[in-house]
Unconditional design. Structure first.
Length: 398
């Protein structure tokens, strides 16, 4: 029933639009008054992007959320454009649900009168009712807003935050301070008082370039909104709003200090990680026996300098093993096994358990290593020595 009631109400609203007439844009239907009016200026600058705002008032304003509103722009140059209008707080619409439908249009470069036809209909329906307006395009002053730049030579202006320039088609056009609307907001959104100072006509109220200064120093980020609101040849003109946001970076000292702290933290983290990895490495372990199974050396007892202990904690290099007759090989130690790798410098054929090896191989149990007529046995741990061994000196081993 509620849905049927809404349909009947909207049908009555649509019938009322049949009585619309262009000048007053009103419809009178049995005491029900429907008003469609253009809120945005009907005189706009050519070759710009401006918002077109249409307000729709009816007896049952709750029905506006079901409307489909479209704008048809017929420029006097012959160009026709179509736009969807919305009351959703997006795409140029200021407030959602205020019955003001908005769209942003790209204004034609031609000057003079143009037709704006607003077609109002029901969503998902092909029926619509047109309302016609006249929009005039002409050349107006353009405002340029600049901020976050260095104004060399004007350091005497305290709390300088921005700069404004006005022109028409590239030609400077003088305006008064009262013609310029400027709003300055701090990082918290609070409005800050400003002053305008003429650049070229110092001390005068009229110029085409102005400096913007704030009433207090703004340390953090800020935003400036500005446009022209003026009488132009007997017609009120409001230019599109310009907006500049300034994000203040930290001083160079703070940046360098922050970078150094971050870099130090990364280095410290890396060193802690490397120390943890280093502590987890195994030290040399196991035994080397000759072909008669006589003891040659306990790998954990080999004397090494501090650099070798730190840089190669879990490795014995070929040059360290050379005096024990085991050359051309590097040994890398893990908890339960040893990795044997052949060095690039050796020309000998290395055999592990009677099989030639050219790359890395693993020793987990007692294994034989032979090359150049020599034979050795390598054990990973004392438990693998199932028999007593005879201790030899290093000189006897070679």
């Amino acid at each position: 029933m509620k849905y049927l009631k809404n349909i009947l109400i909207f049908a009555a609203f649509m019938l009322s639009l049949n009585f619309l007439f262009i000048e007053e844009i009103k419809a009178d239907s049995g005491g029900d008054l429907t008003v469609v009016e253009m809120v945005s200026p009907k005189i706009i600058p050519g070759s710009t992007i401006v918002p077109i705002e249409i307000k729709i008032d009816a007896k049952e304003n709750s029905m506006t959320e079901f409307m489909k509103v479209q704008l048809e722009m017929r420029w006097n140059s012959g160009v026709v454009q179509y736009y969807d209008m919305a009351d959703n707080g997006e795409g140029g619409d200021k407030v959602s649900g205020d019955r003001i439908f908005t769209t942003l249009i790209s204004v034609d470069s031609s000057l003079g009168e143009n037709k704006a036809i607003v077609n109002i209909g029901w969503q998902n329906s092909s029926i619509s009712y047109p309302v016609e307006f006249v929009i005039t395009t002409q050349q107006f002053p353009t405002l340029f807003l600049i901020s976050d730049v260095e104004f060399i030579g004007y350091e005497n202006l305290e709390n300088l935050v921005g700069f404004i320039k006005t022109e028409i088609n590239g030609t400077p056009f003088e305006v008064t301070k009262e013609d310029i609307n400027v709003s300055l907001y701090d990082s918290k959104g609070n409005l800050v008082d400003i002053s305008l100072t003429a650049k070229n006509r110092v001390g005068h109220n009229q110029d085409y370039e102005f400096f913007i200064t704030s009433s207090k120093y703004i340390e953090d980020d800020f935003r400036i909104d500005s446009n022209l609101q003026m009488d132009f040849f007997g017609k009120y003109y409001e230019s599109p709003m310009q907006q500049v946001s300034v994000y203040k970076g930290k001083t160079n000292t703070n940046i360098v200090l922050g970078f150094m702290l971050a870099f130090s933290a990364i280095i410290a983290g890396f060193l802690i990680y490397m120390l943890k990895v280093w502590k987890g490495l195994s030290r040399p372990h196991g035994f080397l026996l000759n072909s008669d199974r006589d003891f040659v050396v306990d790998f954990s007892a080999i004397k090494r300098n501090l650099i070798m202990k730190v840089m190669y904690k879990n490795k014995l290099l070929s040059r360290e093993l050379k005096k024990y007759g085991l050359e051309g090989l590097n040994l890398q130690f893990y908890g339960s096994h040893i990795i044997v790798s052949v060095t690039d410098k050796t020309q000998s054929t290395i055999r592990l358990n009677s099989r030639p090896i050219s790359e890395s191989s693993i020793i987990q149990n007692e294994s034989s290593i032979g090359f150049d007529g020599k034979l050795f046995f390598v054990n990973c741990s004392e438990e693998q020595l199932g028999f007593p061994v005879q201790s030899l000196t290093a000189s006897e081993a070679v």
